[in-house]
Structures are given as structure tokens and as C-alpha cells.
Ligand binder design. Structure first.
Ligand SMILES: [Fe+2]
Length: 544
């Protein structure tokens, strides 16, 4: 080696040293997140990525003055997965229904931003709100087909828009039904990058005051069980578990639908049956039972029915009072009528038949940003509504009813919605949050009778549309024809399929309001009628 080469090697080594030193010096906790492993009233697993640290926490907010926090907890578990080091602190003995503030102290005297979380109340008289949704993978076109704007890093806007809505409306927790990322290890994408993007985007769910929203994780087919165990510290590495919320208000079952045959997966099947039985006794019965898993029994795009899930899971639902079943996987929005397993019903949809007294409503099918697919036609007496559109479900549960509304990602519309900062459990959706408003109504209500083991279910479509929008498809003009004379002015807004506001007409009082749509883009648009209390949305197709 000559002298010149030696000098270059020395410079390279020095650069490497500086790089490593700089990374160590500037490493800080990132991607702060939370998972319920156990009782959500008294425990929480806090996780972050980057550098080891200690959690300082308290029911009083001390900002970043870590020494002032009363309680501390060091790392219980660390993992190295998808190119990063992850640290988990399992908090126990928390007070129910209480806001905790925390910081992570690391590297001597460095301290993270201040965050907060709220434990779930243990009082069944308090409502609880959660979001059910899944399939948040970014839209990617690897081979130069499809939308060119999705080439390279892919399109993440839809899941980012939905994540921002989470941060604004403050659900008590997220029930995530799997398929977080794309996870195909083919050039130029790899799952490390996908997970990093996902974690970056999940930070959009944080409130501006540092509030984080815990997740209950279900497993999809685009990640594996190790991912969820090592990235989120779930309570069972096989990814099936159950826990009560609000004392005995409801019990949430998370099931693993990845085994090819749920009937052959005897261990999980027996666990489910045993747990349902133990939680259906006179002295121990939650008011409600809810299940979530990834692959739909009744897919509404792309896939065939999972008859094994129907025969070996849904067969138990009505017997033990499961009233709501949250699915994912096919990238459409779907709600069903209450369905009950009936093996003798040969003409039914794979042994699930409509039964408004004891059936379970099925929500799906995973539309948190993954590319929406062409929806199947509605199945008579099975499908309530289905559409090729993105969104997630906002579920509010109290002892009297389960209320379900479906939020769609219209970011311009969300700009008018105030940021929630309250600490009330079970807070309802703020007015103005853009909702999916399919033909059968924007709201689904499930009502029990007085026997929580065999409760009565009813779908109650609350409100008929206030206006008719015609013609549809339209070319130059659309008339918004209100069924009754308007007693107060409304605002009419038009959004394109990506949620961009294209037109806004304020102070509309005309019962027949004509809108010039000749300058809109071809394709699907949405006309929103905004009142002080609500937003009614109509899908229209513009043709050129
Ligand atoms: Fe999937």
C-alpha cells in the first residue's frame, strides 16, 4: 500500500468513527407507541425505538422535568427487529380512567418530549370509543403500472390522512385488524423501509399535546407474528388474546386468521370456545362481546369466503353473545346485517343467515390506505352496504347500544373539525367528521335485550337523506334537490376522490341548488351538504 492509499484509509476510518459516534450521540427515542397486553384499566406496555431509557411518569404533568415525575420504570424487554432496536416498559398498578404523563430519560440527562396516555375506566357505566380498521399499506406500483405518483416510495397520503383524524378525534384505543405494511422484499422496497414509513406515519395519530393512542394488534398476511411481537410487545406471540374493557362492559377477542384452516388449529379454537364459555356464566358475562381478526369470513372484494372461519369460529358467536365482528383484508368498506350461523341453511351465504335477534354485524374489509379494490355486488340479506372507498370504523359502546359510524379520509373537510383535547372516555365523534353515507344510512346501532348472553340485535338506520343529487352521472350541472324547504342555510362542498375540496358554496338556502360541475375532474366526486349538526355526503360521477 502506498502512502496515498494509507491516507485515504485513515480518512475513511475517521469518517466511519465520526459517523458512528454521531449516531450514538444523536440517537434518541422515537416512534413512541403503546399496546394493551393485559387489563387496559391498570396496565400498559409503552414502546419506543432508538436508544435505551427510563420512563418517568405521573398523573401530574411535569413537562420535560423528568426528575419531578413521581414514578419510574426501567426497560422490561428489548428487541432488535427490522433494522432497529426497540425498548418496552410494562406499566402496572395504574389507576383506572386516569391520564398519565410521561417522558423517557436517556443517555445521561437527555429527555424525550412529554407524552401522555389515558387508562380505560373499569366502570361499565362509562361509554368507550375505539377505532376498528386495518390494511394501512402504502400504495406502490413496482413495475411501472398504475398511478405514476405511487412509483418509488408509494402513496401514503390516505393512511396519513386517516392517522391525522385519529389524532384529532381521540378514540380510547385502536383495534387494528392487520396488514400494516406491504412487506414484499423486492427491489426497491424492503420491509424495513415499509415499517419505518409506517412508524413515521403512526406518529400522526398523536395529539398535539403528546397524547398517544394504544393499539390492540391483530395479525395480517403482510406481516408475521414475530413482527407484532418484537415491534409492539403483544401479550401472546401467537397473536390471539382477549381482555375486558370498562370492567365488564365488553370483552374484545383478537383472533389469528392466518392459519389456513381454523378448524385444524385446534389450540386456538379450543381457547376461543373455553374463553367464551367462561365469560358467559350468570356471574361473569360482559354486556357485549366483540371479535377482530384479519381475513374476512365474508370478503367483499378479490377473495373467496373463509368457510373454515365460519364453521369453527362464527358457529359459536350467537351462542355466546358475540354481536360485532371486525374484519379486514380486501380493501373495501362493508357492513353486514346481523348474521347467525345455521349449518342447515343450504341456500344461505356459507351458513351465515340474517337473524336480527341474535346475529353479529360484520364490519370490514380493511381500507386504512391500501389501494381500494372493486367491490363485489351486495349479497341479499347479508350485505348492508359495500363500497370501493377508504376509511375506518368509529365504534362507541355503552350498556344500551353499540353505535358504529364510518370515517372517510377527506382532509379538507377535517380542517373545520376542532381538535379534541378532552380527557373524557367514550367521547363521540365531533360534528363535521366526514362519514361514509351509503344507501342504508351512515349509522349502525346494535341494541341488546336484557339478557346479555342472548341479546337482541337491530340495525337502525337513523336518518333518511335530506337531499337528492341528480343527474348522476353528470356532465355539466348537478342539482341538489332538498326534500324539504331549508330552515337554515347550509354549505355545499365538492370533493374529489382523494379528498381535495374542489368547490364550496356557503349560505345555500335554495331548495333546488344547481351546481356547475363542468370544471371538475372526471370520475368519482363527493357532494357534501354541511349543516351545523351534520354532514350528508353523496357520491357523484362526473363524465366528460
Ligand atoms: Fe390481507
Amino acid at each position: 500500500m502506498n502512502l496515498g492509499n494509507t491516507k485515504i484509509v485513515h480518512q475513511l476510518l475517521l469518517s466511519l468513527f465520526v459517523l458512528i459516534f454521531a449516531q450514538e450521540a444523536f440517537a434518541q427515542p422515537k416512534w413512541v407507541r403503546a399496546t394493551y397486553r393485559d387489563d387496559p384499566s391498570t396496565t400498559l406496555s409503552l414502546g419506543w425505538t432508538g436508544i435505551v431509557g427510563t420512563v418517568y411518569y405521573d398523573t401530574v404533568n411535569h413537562g420535560t422535568n423528568y426528575a419531578a415525575y413521581n414514578l419510574t420504570k426501567t426497560v422490561d424487554r428489548s428487541t432488535s427487529h427490522k433494522g432497529n432496536n426497540h425498548y418496552f416498559v410494562r406499566l402496572t398498578n395504574l389507576q383506572p380512567g386516569t391520564v398519565y404523563y410521561f417522558v423517557i430519560q436517556y443517555g445521561g440527562t437527555s429527555v424525550s418530549s412529554q407524552y401522555s396516555f389515558r387508562t380505560i375506566s373499569d366502570d361499565p357505566n362509562q361509554a368507550i370509543s375505539f377505532i376498528s380498521g386495518g390494511d394501512s399499506r402504502q400504495r406502490v406500483n413496482v413495475f411501472g403500472v398504475g398511478d405514476p405518483s405511487c412509483w418509488g416510495d408509494g402513496c401514503r397520503e390516505t393512511r396519513q390522512d386517516l392517522n391525522r383524524i385519529v389524532g384529532k378525534i381521540r378514540p380510547d384505543f385502536i383495534a387494528f385488524t392487520g396488514d400494516y405494511i406491504r412487506n414484499y422484499d423486492i427491489f426497491p422496497f424492503d420491509s424495513e423501509d415499509d415499517w419505518a414509513d409506517w412508524m413515521d406515519d403512526w406518529e400522526l395519530t398523536n395529539g398535539p399535546d403528546g397524547r398517544i393512542t394504544p393499539i390492540i394488534h391483530a395479525l395480517g398476511n403482510h406481516e408475521d407474528a414475530v413482527d407484532l411481537d418484537e415491534l409492539f410487545d403483544v401479550s401472546n406471540a401467537d397473536i390471539y388474546y382477549a381482555t375486558n374493557f370498562g370492567g365488564n362492559l365488553f370483552r374484545l377477542y383478537t383472533l389469528n386468521s392466518e392459519p389456513a384452516d381454523a378448524c385444524a388449529d385446534v389450540i386456538q379454537k379450543n381457547w376461543l370456545l373455553n374463553d367464551l364459555q367462561q365469560n358467559s356464566t350468570p356471574s361473569n358475562t360482559p354486556y357485549w362481546k366483540v371479535v377482530q381478526y384479519h381475513q374476512p369470513m365474508i370478503p367483499h372484494a378479490e377473495y373467496s369466503a373463509r368457510t373454515d372461519l365460519i364453521n369453527c369460529w362464527a358457529s359459536e358467536f350467537a351462542t355466546y353473545g358475540v354481536r360485532l365482528s371486525c374484519e379486514s383484508h380486501t380493501h373495501v368498506l362493508k357492513t353486514t346485517y346481523p348474521l347467525k350461523y345455521d349449518a342447515s341453511a343450504a341456500t344461505s351465504y356459507n351458513s351465515l343467515v340474517r337473524d336480527d335477534t341474535v346475529g353479529a354485524v360484520f364490519l370490514g374489509d380493511g381500507a386504512w390506505g391500501a389501494p381500494p379494490r372493486t367491490a363485489y355486488a351486495a349479497i341479499p340479506d347479508v350485505t348492508q352496504d359495500v363500497e370501493q372507498i377508504s376509511g375506518f370504523f368509529f365504534v362507541n359502546i355503552d350498556k344500551q347500544r353499540i353505535q358504529i359510524k364510518t370515517v372517510v379520509p377527506f382532509p379538507d373537510s377535517m380542517a373545520n373539525v376542532p381538535q379534541l383535547l378532552d380527557d373524557d372516555q367514550g367521547t363521540l365523534l365531533p360534528a363535521g367528521v366526514p362519514l361514509w353515507r351509503p344507501a342504508n344510512g351512515s349509522e349502525c346501532i346494535i341494541i341488546p335485550n336484557y339478557n346479555p348472553i342472548l341479546a337482541v340485535t337491530k340495525i337502525d338506520v337513523q336518518r333518511a337523506p335530506a337531499a337528492v343529487v341528480a343527474p348522476n352521472p353528470a356532465q355539466e350541472y348537478i342539482t341538489v334537490r332538498f326534500k324539504e324547504a331549508l330552515t337554515e342555510a347550509v354549505t355545499i362542498e365538492i370533493y374529489d376522490a382523494r379528498g381535495k375540496r374542489c368547490q364550496s358554496h356557503t349560505n345555500v338556502t335554495n331548495q333546488n341548488f344547481k351546481v356547475d360541475v363542468s370544471n371538475l375532474c372526471s370520475g368519482v366526486n363527493f357532494i357534501n351538504i354541511v349543516t351545523k349538526k351534520d354532514v350528508e355526503s353523496h357520491k357523484v360521477v362526473i363524465v366528460k
